[in-house]
Structures are given as C-alpha cells and as structure tokens.
Design a protein around this ligand. Sequence first.
Ligand code: HEC
Length: 258
Amino acid sequence: MKKTLLLLAATTAVTLASTGAALLEKKCASCHMLEKPEFSQLPTLKAPAMDAVVFHINLAMENDKEKKAFIADYVLNPDASKSVCESNKVAQFGVMPSQKGKVSKEELELIATELLATYPHKAFVTMIKEMQSNDKINALKSAPFLVNHEGLPHMTKLLIQNWDKAKLGLTKEQKEKLLVVREETLSAVKALKKQLKPLEASVAEAMIDREDPKSVEKTLEQIAKLKIEGTKVHLKCIAETTSILSEEQVAFLLPFWE
Ligand code: HEC
C-alpha cells in the first residue's frame, strides 16, 4: 500500500514537472516575462514578453500547426531572417540564443501548445493596439505634411520593422538603395521641422498675446509653403521606395500599415 502511494506520488510529480506551464517557467521565463507586462516595464525587458511573442506569431501565421512548428524551430535555430517580430526590435534585443541541448523536441511541443492556449492576454492586446495607434497619431501629428491621411503609408517605418525578414526578401542592393532614400527623406523632413517649429510657436504666441489674427497671416503662408515642401518629400519617398521594391514586396508591407 505504502509503495503504491509512493509510486503514485512520484508519477504525479513527473506529470506536474512536465506540463507545458511548468516547462515554460523553467526553460523560458529567465528571459521572457510570462505575465502581462506593464507599459512602464517594456523598456526594461531583456527579451520580448511572451504576450508580445505570440501576438506577432498570430499576426504572421494562420494555423496552429504552422505556429507550433515555428516556435519549435525558432527556439533551436533562431535567426533574424525568420523572426516574426519587428526587425528593429530584434536588433535591439539581440537575436535569441539557441536553446539547443536545453530543451527537447517533446518539451517544445508541450511549450508551444501552452503558449498558443495562454497568450496573448486580452489586456496586452488592448495595450498594444493603443500604443500602435498613439504612435501613428504622434507620427502624423509631428509630420510636416499637408496630406496626413492614414492611407498614406510611412514607408521608411514599415521597412525598418521588416528589414531582415526572409519573407520580405530585401536584396543587398535594394537595402543600399533604400538606405539612401531613407537618409535623404529623414534629413529633408528634419530640416523642414526645424524651420516650422519657431514659425508655429510664433503663431501660438501671437494668439496667446491676443493679437489680431491678421498679424500672423504672413507666417501662416510661410508655414503652408514649408508643409507643401514636406508633402513633396513624403510623396517622393513613397514613390522612390515602391519603385525599388517589387510588387510582391509592397503587397507584403502594406498590411502592416493598417
Ligand atoms: C537567454 C534568453 C532567452 C531564453 C532562455 C529564451 N528566449 Fe526566446 N527570445 C529571446 C530574445 C532576446 C528574443 C528576441 C530576439 C529574437 O526574436 O530573436 C527571443 C524571441 C523569441 C521568439 C520570437 C521569435 C521572433 O519571431 O522574433 C520566440 C518564439 C521565443 N523567443 C520562444 C522562446 C521559448 C519557447 C523559450 C523557452 C523554451 C525561449 N524563447 C527562451 C531570449 C530568450
């Protein structure tokens, strides 16, 4: 009787130790935060939170079989070109060190099932959606453009986020050309912003000082002219970028803007 009980206890212990949740805690939690991260914790993480990892996997893939295969492969053979996370984020964290020898294929099967069943937490998705929409609004708000319609993509940003992805497949030559366009665009936009800032401040000041709106009309015209220049830079950037990319590459990128 005692022996049976002991055996039972031992079996239970083994089963517990090898559940997906326990494995996740043991093999992945030293780098990946398993709870939903608070907004303020994001800059302090040494790897993306599991919520973020699965959020991106869900964006990139449709069926569970493909997702599980991706997770099992990435843990053993990580590579920036396979990553579904944003390329600039991967560069910031550094590519994940391979966990070969530390986790078995069988364990990865359990871990992947647990990941897909648990993540992302609803509250995380809400937080990320809010952050993305704030980013977009802020980018448009500070942009010196006349046409800030949501439909006009921020090509340089989309490219940075997808730069190293094998699915986008940028060639070395394309990357070189794109970097030139990016450099030219950024420096032109920066110069325009620098000129706009004091002009816009002087309009605001005049109105706070209760001056006649007519007194700032000339300044308004200067602002408008600079914004026309900015809009031309923006459209030129989109045209030059899309001419470097193939149709398939543009089609790959655009959904990330929506
Ligand atoms: C030594 C730290 C470390 C450990 C341990 C670790 N990871 Fe990672 N992982 C990272 C970092 C850093 C990234 C972000 C860079 C990247 O994507 O390669 C990452 C990214 C990932 C990604 C996203 C890949 C993508 O598309 O970019 C997956 C999936 C992942 N980890 C799964 C796991 C699982 C499952 C475990 C446990 C078996 C684990 N990781 C253990 C550091 C770690």
